[in-house]
Design a protein around this ligand. Structure first.
Ligand code: ADP
Ligand code: MG
Ligand code: ZN
Length: 445
């Protein structure tokens, strides 16, 4: 056992230049993949280092690892990185010049191919020209692993559904004895079930980062009950920013708004109340947007008031709060957006300002969007209901009497966490109950 760990660490350093695994989870996954006797299912947030979970085993195996990834751009990025590390990787895709393609196929047909990682899109899997090559590799025992990255694309319940991913189940069946590895970021339970079923994973070993993050405090405030919501938000921000003081420099935060006008208004009101806040949305000139983001990244502006276009790929450790001025469009996106708080592990606050008016507006917009899609398509689909279901999960997160962390964990199929007062309901259920009652009274008036 000790030797296995040592071998892996040496290979990690030699091929990728890393001194250690990102996490115990990453190490455990690599070990399970290297063992090679079971299919493996991996659920970890973006940035957790999922690629390494097949790239390192690929380097230690005799043959070739076939990697399925949804987009040529994503593939190109990965292949370039691997080439920089002197790892023999390439991609066969529709954009590849015929000459290069011939060279790759010749290597794959040789008795001992030099290639270690072959990236392809699911469309390519289905292409007849590529079939003989695959079956040839498989029958000669030269396929080490089948890795399906961004595996949520196989699910019609997900937001990135790609019909070609459905063909991967057949591919899997044509590659007997090749262990399959499916990887995705944290996904709702129904999406996870779809992945296991569609890819026909056999008794897979499942690895998932816990959904629960104990340093995040969640609460919900009914905005319509507040005499002055901006003053309320200002007080929240002031308190949240104090939380991390001293330990990790001055903290900062994000307020998410649904519309551009919302961003401008909230930023203006906060600044008037004494917290410098800047708006960020698609209506700004590109240069201004970059400047606002940089000012926030560098801590010159502590509060950014943004539409959800902000935050993709932003990895700032000391975000002390994420406030949603308007309710998020689904519980999955809320988890992702609010999860930008507290990456450094220090106490941080996630708050939603909920309002019945927002609920009406957003469900109207979702219905409108569904109708538009149906008209374009000329028919209804089972999945049309999904957007509304996702939103309803977010609404009940807000309207329910119950632990907020438990609601989130359950949604992602994880076990009930020990919240220990890290949400408004667990720290004071009476306050939550009273708020719901007051909102109900308001709506019937
Ligand atoms: P994911 O697919 O989970 O979003 P990636 O595989 O793209 O994440 O990895 C995210 C980043 O983490 C990459 O820059 C990668 O090089 C880095 N990384 C992965 N494993 C390690 C490790 N053991 N040590 C240091 N950095 C790592
Ligand atoms: Mg990835
Ligand atoms: Zn709780």
């Amino acid at each position: 056992k000790q030797t296995m760990t040592t071998t892996l660490k040496q290979a990690l350093k030699a091929h990728f230049g890393f001194d250690s695994f990102r996490s115990k989870l990453q190490e455990d996954i690599v070990k399970a993949v290297v063992r090679g006797d079971r299919d493996v299912f991996v659920c970890m947030p973006t940035g957790a280092g999922k690629s390494l979970c097949y790239q390192l085993p690929a380097m230690l195996a005799e043959g070739i690892t076939l990697v399925i990834s949804p987009l040529i751009a994503l593939i190109q990025d990965q292949v370039d990185r691997l080439k920089d590390l002197n790892i023999p990787a390439c991609s066969i895709n529709s954009k590849l010049p015929a000459g290069e393609r011939r060279l790759i196929l010749a290597d794959l047909e040789s008795s001992s191919p030099k290639l270690k990682l072959l990236y392809i899109t699911p469309e390519m899997v289905a292409s007849p020209s590529f079939q003989p090559c695959l079956t040839g590799l498989c029958s000669r025992g030269l396929l080490s692993y089948l890795a399906v990255d961004e595996a949520h694309c196989v699910s019609q319940w997900g937001h990135d559904f790609r019909p070609d991913y459905l063909k991967l189940g057949d591919l899997r069946a044509r590659l007997p004895g090749v262990p399959c590895l499916a990887l995705t970021a944290t996904a709702p339970k129904n999406v996870q079930d779809d992945i296991l079923k569609s890819l026909r994973l056999q008794l897979p070993l499942s690895f998932a980062s816990p959904v629960f993050r104990s340093n995040l405090h969640y609460d919900v405030i009914f905005r319509e009950l507040l005499p002055n919501p901006y003053v309320h938000l200002h007080a929240f921000i002031t308190k949240a920013l104090e939380q991390g003081n001293g330990s990790n420099g001055k903290g900062c935060g994000i307020v998410y708004c649904r519309t551009r006008e919302g961003c401008e208004t909230v930023a203006y009101q906060l600044t008037k109340l004494g917290v410098l806040a800047k708006a960020y949305h698609a209506g700004l000139k590109a240069g201004d947007r970059i400047e606002v983001q940089n000012d926030w990244m560098q801590g010159k502006v502590l509060v950014i008031v943004a539409t959800i276009s902000f935050g993709m790929g932003v990895d700032k450790p000391n975000v002390r709060f994420v406030a949603h001025w308007n309710v998020a469009k689904s519980l999955a996106s809320y988890y992702q957006e609010s999860g930008r708080a507290g990456r450094d592990g220090l106490p941080s606050s996630c708050r939603t300002y909920y309002s019945a008016k927002d609920k009406e507006q957003i469900s109207f917009l979702i219905r409108q969007e569904v109708t538009r899609k149906q008209e374009k398509r000329g028919s209804a689909q089972e999945t049309d209901k999904m957007a509304m279901k996702d939103f309803e999960a977010m609404v009940s997160f807000c309207e329910q009497e119950g632990c907020r962390h438990a609601t989130i964990s359950k949604f992602f199929g994880d076990k009930t966490p020990n919240c220990a007062g890290a949400c408004d309901y667990c720290s004071n259920p009476k306050v939550v109950r009273a708020q719901i009652a007051r909102a109900a009274a308001l709506s019937t008036r």
